[in-house]
Design a protein around this ligand. Structure first.
Ligand code: SF4
Ligand code: SF4
Length: 60
């Protein structure tokens, strides 16, 4: 199990970054949001908080 951010859905609202208790959200210089697999614990908070279902649980 892992978590990913679907770049086609993400509207860069920043909610996942505020919700993630482990600082696993990465924001690129271009403002793209992604998840640091090294820090992510798959707690699912970002997926529950994302308003457009862009942060999602995926099977690896
Ligand atoms: S909460 Fe969802 S839409 Fe907002 S930045 Fe995170 S992944 Fe993107
Ligand atoms: S699943 Fe949890 S730890 Fe992983 S990026 Fe989302 S909020 Fe952070």
């Amino acid at each position: 199990m892992a978590h990913r951010i679907d770049q086609n859905k993400c509207i860069s609202c920043g909610t996942c970054d505020m919700e993630c208790p482990f600082g696993a959200i990465i924001i690129s210089d271009l403002g793209k949001f992604s998840i640091d697999a090294e820090k992510c614990t798959d707690c699912d908070k970002c997926a529950k908080a994302c308003p457009v279902d862009a942060a999602e649980k995926v099977s690896e």
